[in-house]
Ligand binder design. Structure first.
Ligand code: ASP
Length: 366
């Protein structure tokens, strides 16, 4: 135990018995907890190894938690090799990239989001502008793009030669009754689809072999126990235009409560929206659950409500996966997925690595 000066009082009515790892709940829902200096910790989806490293470095250079993680995810948004996020993200069914992002800043209780925004490489920066410069929390579609333009974000073509080639093949596979040719039929080599696992994301991140999913979520706690979260994505590949996933939905794709912790998701967004996934995790942490266990419990709820036969395997389990990531105010962290094989990125005070996610089911079971 450090001296009393090492402790930061984080809520009124701090109980003398409160200690690290304990979140006794008060009537208004804010836990009475005493936090001593926390080891700066950042978690992210597995494609966020560089992002967590950068975020912790930014903290060390004096950045605020939200700026640190937004700079981290900007790396992935700008990277054309990650076809699930930002520039180079796989387009919708019309061949147009529509991006989703949301974020929350713990200390100011701020929130901002954009959904189905086109033409902006780093939608998390637009979400940040929504939080900082508007009285709103969520802008969508054309209005979001107009706002982005007004804030000085360049409007660019986000389709890369690689993402266009994949979309062309997807379109050709839709039907053998139309006039679009498969690359094999036109003499081109058949495209071998890369999966998010190339970015370290483990297995079953697509719920259909030709429609890979992926996203980056990033959550951080600094030395004072202040928190922030951000999620950014191009969403489900080849989606119906206008489809919005969980990523820009506050409480679904990410959630942060500076009294408790931050959490976020990747994977099938519809399942996360339906269960208010990230908010659920934060509430479970508020009640004292470890981040890893809170992630697992939120996944159990998804399994429980997945009753549609089109979404279930023969054994009744979901035929998709969801990954959750969480960190609490004390610097405890965890990640979990429905099926074994997933990993997540973590940096604890600058030591960045991939760790295995906890899971509900072995894939071999199915
Ligand atoms: N959660 C994202 C969405 O549903 C996609 C993903 O993470 O795979 O839009």
């Amino acid at each position: 135990m450090g001296s009393r000066r090492d402790f930061v009082k984080t809520s009124v009515g701090v109980s003398a018995g409160a200690a690290l790892g304990v979140f006794p709940k008060s009537l208004h829902g804010a836990p009475n907890v005493v936090i001593r200096r926390v080891t700066p910790t950042c978690v992210a989806s597995a494609n966020g190894l560089e992002a967590v490293s950068l975020a912790i470095r930014e903290l060390a250079n004096g950045a605020d938690t939200i700026d640190a993680i937004v700079r981290g995810v900007n790396l992935v948004e700008q990277d054309p090799r990650d076809t699930s996020v930002g520039y180079g993200g796989l387009p919708n069914q019309d061949g147009v990239v529509q991006l989703d992002s949301s974020l929350m800043h713990g200390p100011t209780r701020g929130a901002g989001a954009v959904a189905a925004i086109e033409g902006v490489k780093r939608p998390s920066l637009v979400a940040l502008d929504v939080m900082r410069y508007t009285d709103h929390h969520l802008l969508v579609g054309e209005g979001a793009q107009r706002f982005a333009k007004s804030m000085g974000h360049p409007i660019e073509d986000l389709v890369t030669p690689e993402s266009r080639r994949r979309w062309i093949e997807w379109r050709a596979r839709l039907s053998d009754q139309d006039d679009y040719l498969l690359p094999a039929e036109s003499g081109e080599p058949v495209e071998q689809f890369r999966t998010p696992s190339e970015f370290g994301d483990g297995l079953l991140d697509s719920h259909d072999g030709f429609r890979p999913q992926g996203t980056i979520n990033c959550d951080i706690v600094d030395a004072n126990g202040d928190l922030s979260s951000v999620t950014t994505t191009s969403g489900l590949a080849y989606k119906i235009p206008g489809r919005v996933g969980d990523s820009p939905i506050i409480g679904a794709g990410q959630y942060c409560d500076n009294d408790v912790g931050a959490a976020g998701s990747t994977g099938r967004g519809e399942a996360v929206i339906k269960t208010c996934g990230s908010h659920t995790i934060v509430e479970l942490m508020r009640n004292g659950m470890h981040p890893k266990d809170a992630c697992l419990e939120a996944l159990r709820r998804i399994v429980h409500v997945t009753v549609e036969s089109r979404l279930r395997r023969e054994d009744g389990r979901p035929n998709f996966s969801v990954n959750y990531y969480a960190v609490n105010k004390m610097g405890q962290y965890g990640g979990a997925a429905i099926y074994a094989g997933a990993r997540y990125a973590v940096s604890v005070d600058g030591d960045a690595r991939l760790e295995d996610s906890a899971y509900l089911f072995e894939r071999a079971d199915g």
